[in-house]
Design a protein around this ligand. Structure first.
Ligand code: 3UK
Length: 546
């Protein structure tokens, strides 16, 4: 058998059968990884060994005062926690450890500690409730947790119902029995577990909006591959960059953008626990941040508030999680001078695979397959669609989908025919003659009305061009005559009234902007739209509302 450092082989034993694995491509020179690899060592120890120990890695506010920590301080802390995990909690390589905290320095240190000790991190979104946590703990057979004290309540509720969850240590507390008390006596040196490049280091649960959570297994190599693809070809950070943004570290968009990417380049990151569009702008201003990661809805709101802030430091902005409407791109550019970098990524793929540099932006497109990845739009038979024809997005590259013990593997990775080993993201896309990819909708969100296929995001993009519309969500709702009709849920800007004349006006506006048959036959005015913690519109909730 190939080398593995895992004594506990649960994750390995519950990977999909080999014939359902994604095909991987490692053609780029920067993706030639050694057989043995610990990604925490590559991102942290190596930076300190290379002389970067005194550089700042994490910045935050502690009781409204600026606080920062160096690469060396983060390494010391992570090493101490790794000792607690292996000596006090007696965890063995391959065991799973739940991580639970808002974006803060201890959460980052815990992530590195778990991985240094050869354990498998299971990061969870702060807002998850005990029922969801319980599903994750059971699915991944998690035996220990490191949790921010402020998230104790749901943690304890979940733990009470889980046989496997034996040990929980709380941090950001300092009290007796806390992680801080345990680590204080530990050495700041730790021998990293010599893991294989393809040992699991993390199980990322999908932020999916419906169904039981799916755990996607990522190897040490995958974490480095995410750092060596999108950032190198589209973002091109330097060690002087200061990253900031909103996605939780438990979401791979945030793990990459706010922790691993800055560290791969010796840069620093601002970790903030709760950010609104306004406080994100304030954070950029205070910390003189140069790179921002957030979701489209944030950029849209930030565009309206930017004039109250000095954004002179900001150079690059990355949007992902859902489609970036062109009107949002233009509003943000007018307000800040910055051309947003859009990118589609997925938990299954770990990070972004289609994106663009600011210079190579094309209006309405997500971008092109970034170096390292290939992408195609295919029809039901698996044949490539001609440019302009809508089909299913298929991708392959150095990373791919491996669900932990889940029959849904067959829906994500093609296991037969000429497209064997390609990943199907569940998105409907079309291409143009130059290889740019244009997002249409989630394949299961396409609206079929009186025989026409209508993509909700296209109708949303049209509505967003109307001056009264702050935000909107468009879904199909059942209709006796047409099968489905197009329904728009609209948040108006302040100063506008949601009445019958406004409904007519918006309908006429859409009819003039895109094909007539796509206009929303039903328009409902709402105060806000339901979104996930990752900034995604919860379309199923709009449909349920009728
Ligand atoms: C949708 C987009 C249009 C798309 C993610 C960057 O979102 C991430 O992961 P999830 O598993 O969701 C994946 C799905 O979200 N999506 C994401 N980005 C875009 N649709 N344009 C975009 N730019 O449906 C995709 O299949 O939550 C994003 C990095 C890491 C991630 N995990």
């Amino acid at each position: 058998m190939e080398h593995t450092a895992h004594v506990d082989t649960f994750v390995r034993d519950n990977l999909p059968p080999k014939n359902r694995w994604p095909q991987l491509v490692f053609e780029l020179p920067e993706l030639q990884y050694p057989r043995r690899l610990n990604c925490a060592a590559e991102l942290l120890d190596r930076m300190v060994a290379g002389g970067g120990g005194e550089r700042t890695v994490i910045r935050t506010l502690v009781e409204s005062k600026a606080y920062s920590c160096t690469y060396r301080a983060l390494l010391d802390r992570a090493n101490q926690i790794a000792h607690v995990l292996s000596e006090d909690l007696k965890l063995k390589p391959g065991n799973r450890v739940l991580l639970r905290a808002p974006n803060n320095p201890m959460m980052a240190a815990c992530w590195f500690a778990v991985i240094k000790a050869g354990l498998v991190a299971v990061p969870t979104m702060p807002l998850l409730r005990s029922t969801e946590l319980k599903q994750i703990i059971d699915k991944a057979r998690v035996g220990a947790a490191l949790c921010d004290l402020r998230l104790k309540e749901e943690m304890e509720l979940a733990r009470a119902g889980c046989r496997d969850m034996k040990q929980v240590l709380y941090f950001n507390d300092g009290g007796a029995g806390s992680l801080e008390r345990n680590l204080a006596a530990k050495s700041t040196r730790f021998n990293n577990v010599d893991t294989a490049a393809d040992d699991a280091c993390m199980i990322a649960f999908t932020s999916g909006t419906t169904g039981r959570p799916k755990g996607t297994v990522h190897f040490h190599r995958d974490v480095l591959a995410m750092c060596d693809c999108f950032p190198r070809s589209c973002l091109m950070p330097t060690q002087n960059d200061i990253f900031c943004g909103t996605p939780p570290l438990a979401f791979t968009f945030g793990l990459g953008g706010l922790l691993c990417f800055p560290m791969r380049f010796g840069a620093s990151t601002v970790l903030m626990e709760r950010l609104t569009p306004d406080t994100l702008l304030g954070t950029i201003e205070n910390f003189k941040a140069t790179i921002c990661f957030t979701a489209p809805t944030y950029y849209r709101q930030m565009a309206g508030l930017a004039r109250n802030h000095d954004l002179g430091s900001l150079k690059k902005c990355v949007s992902a999680g859902e489609a970036l409407p062109d009107s949002t791109r233009q509003l943000f550019k007018e307000a800040s001078g910055i051309e947003i970098i859009d990118g589609i990524g997925a938990t299954e793929m770990i990070h972004i695979f289609i994106s663009h540099t600011p210079e190579r932006v094309r209006r309405g497109a997500t971008g092109y397959a970034i170096p390292g990845y290939e992408a195609k739009v295919i029809d039901e038979a698996g044949m490539p669609c001609a440019a302009g024809v809508v089909g299913r997005l298929a991708v392959k590259g150095p990373t791919g989908c491996r669900y932990l013990a889940d029959a849904r593997q067959k829906d994500y990775v093609i296991s037969k025919g000429n497209m064997r080993g390609w990943n199907l993201t569940g998105d409907a896309y079309k291409t143009d003659a130059d290889g740019y990819f244009y997002y249409q909708a989630r394949t299961d969100d396409m609206i079929i009305s009186a025989g026409y296929n209508i993509a909700g995001p296209e109708v949303e993009a049209a509505l967003l061009q109307h001056p009264a519309v702050a935000e909107c969500g468009v879904v199909g709702v059942a209709d006796a005559e047409r099968g489905q009709i197009v329904k728009a849920c609209v948040v108006l800007k302040s100063g506008y009234t949601g009445n019958e004349p406004m409904v007519k006006e918006l309908q006429e506006f859409v009819k003039k902007t895109i094909a007539l048959y796509k206009y929303p036959r039903s328009v409902q005015f709402v105060a806000s739209l339901p979104r996930t913690e990752t900034g995604k519109l919860q379309r199923f909730r709009l449909r349920q509302a009728g």
